[in-house]
Write a protein that binds this ligand. Structure first.
Ligand code: CMC
Length: 437
């Protein structure tokens, strides 16, 4: 569009600057020319938590939080959840197009062939305490994979990058299932590639003594849909971590481990676990008004509500609510769904939530399904991390091919002491006494 510029007048100097606007953004580096004099460093933007800063170009996921729209590579999430499998969507995210039947078959076989792990992985799994949180196990074991595939350090070779991508997608369910069975003291179950991605994961989790595990098709489909819904979500906290760590040319295993660590926090992927604990604590519907009051007075957070980008109903939460009913046909109704629905109803008619545009997010209903399927809350974030690995890798790959790529390195506004001289230790007076833990 012609004349896509902005003119800024610096009132300190009365100088005016005309900057180009590109895709609704100005380049932060264009601000550097705005100076009060030759010794001035130049203007920077201050944006803690990146509330209004685009850090990359991306063609992977489109998200319009005001209108509640989510698309992967242009396809609406609703259509992908209805018509595609998770591995089809994984292919789409990574390669930009949906596969045809032949490509999908090759892709699925390739991913499943990489579901095996080195035997040593089982040995260091053994080192974890029986009650170790599975996200801690996942972070560590994914990072440790880099020690098995030393070529992965060559992040500039597209072929080597691709190999690590299929390895990571293939192995993630295996590591997650091992972490689960380790806690229960059950022997690890080898992957069964014939079963496909979701059913094989269920096999590795729940197989006992039967010769061949048979997954319930409704539950397997529900898990596959949940995987699709969690596969990518543009520049969220863990994906930005993936890009930041990857920008240093770290290998993809270490980089993915960092992304998993970001995901584990209760404000991000860890929220699904917190939602279940919150619902258990609320207990029954009659306790909801009291709980909402605590939220409104700032004593609690309504976990699974609110989003940095969505200021409308999260489209994933709508699909998950529908999937929940399908799952309950098989498992029986999880009574927490009724508490959750009532909580949502009350919250969405309360001015506190309306005025702040707080709606249920992806984590509000997912844990209720997982619990009905037999997962314990500490597994929920792992169930988020398995499919999100695809999104992280798609974004990592995109970043590695971006000609504008540089190591991520934000600036700061220094607010500390001015220069001062070291005082000998015997003359130093502590300002506040140190309390040792
Ligand atoms: N319960 C109660 N109040 C809330 C909530 C909530 N869940 N979320 C936001 N608010 C209030 C917040 O206190 C603030 O109020 P005020 O303007 O009076 O100070 C206002 O809404 C704006 O919130 P914010 O913290 O500035 O928003 P943010 O964009 O920085 O945070 C969020 C987004 C997701 C961290 C936050 O909404 C939250 O903590 N939600 C609960 C945790 C959660 O469900 N996380 C999962 C996010 S979706 C999946 C994922 O990304 O992993």
């Amino acid at each position: 569009m012609a004349n896509e510029t902005i003119t800024i007048v610096d009132n300190r100097t009365n100088q005016s600057y005309t900057l180009p606007i590109y895709h609704g953004t100005i380049r932060a580096m264009d601000l550097r020319q705005i100076k009060t004099g030759p010794d001035d460093f130049g203007l920077m933007t201050y944006d803690p938590a990146y509330m209004n800063t685009a850090a990359c170009h991306s063609a992977v996921t489109y998200l319009d939080g005001d209108r509640g729209i989510l698309r992967y590579r242009g396809y609406p999430i609703e259509q992908l959840a209805e018509h595609c499998t998770f591995l089809e969507v994984a292919y789409l995210l990574l390669y930009g197009e949906l596969p045809n039947a032949v490509d999908l078959d090759c892709w699925s076989q390739e991913i499943m062939a990489h579901s095996l792990t080195h035997e040593s992985v089982k040995k260091f799994m053994e080192g974890f305490n029986y009650d170790a949180h599975p996200m801690g196990i996942l972070i560590s074991t994914v990072a440790a994979l880099s020690t098995f595939y030393s070529e992965s350090r060559n992040v500039h070779d597209p072929k080597i990058r691709r190999k690590q991508i299929v390895r990571l997608i293939g192995k993630m369910p295996t590591l997650a299932a091992y972490a689960y069975r380790h806690r229960l003291g059950l022997p690890y179950v080898a992957p069964d590639p014939d079963l496909g991605y979701a059913k094989n994961y269920m096999n590795m989790l729940w197989k006992r003594l039967e010769p061949k595990y048979v997954a319930n098709p409704v539950l397997a489909h529900a898990l596959d849909v949940l995987f699709i819904l969690h596969a990518d979500h543009e520049q969220n906290c863990s994906t930005s971590t993936m890009r930041a760590v990857g920008s240093s040319n770290a290998d993809p295993y270490s980089t993915t481990a960092a992304a998993i660590a970001a995901l584990s926090g209760p404000l991000h992927g860890g929220a699904n676990e917190e939602v279940l604990r919150m619902l258990a604590e609320i207990g029954s519907k009659d306790q909801i008004p009291g709980f909402i009051q605590q939220v409104k007075t700032g004593h609690r957070k309504l976990m699974g509500f609110g989003h940095r980008v969505y200021k409308n109903y999260d489209p994933r939460a709508r699909i998950i609510k529908r999937v929940a009913e399908e799952v309950f046909e098989v498992t029986g109704r999880n009574p927490k769904i009724d508490t959750a629905i009532e909580l949502e109803r009350i919250a969405l008619s309360d001015d506190y939530f309306i005025s702040r545009k707080l709606y249920p997010n992806v984590d509000f209903y997912s844990g209720i399904i997982y619990e009905a399927m037999g997962f314990t809350p500490d597994q929920f974030t792992v169930l988020f991390g398995i499919p999100r690995t695809v999104g992280w890798l798609a974004q990592w790959q995109e970043m590695m091919e971006d000609p504008e790529r540089k190591i991520a390195r934000p600036r700061q506004v220094y607010t500390g002491e001015d220069k001062r001289d070291v005082v000998p230790i015997e003359l130093r007076v502590p300002k506040t006494p140190l309390v040792l833990a």
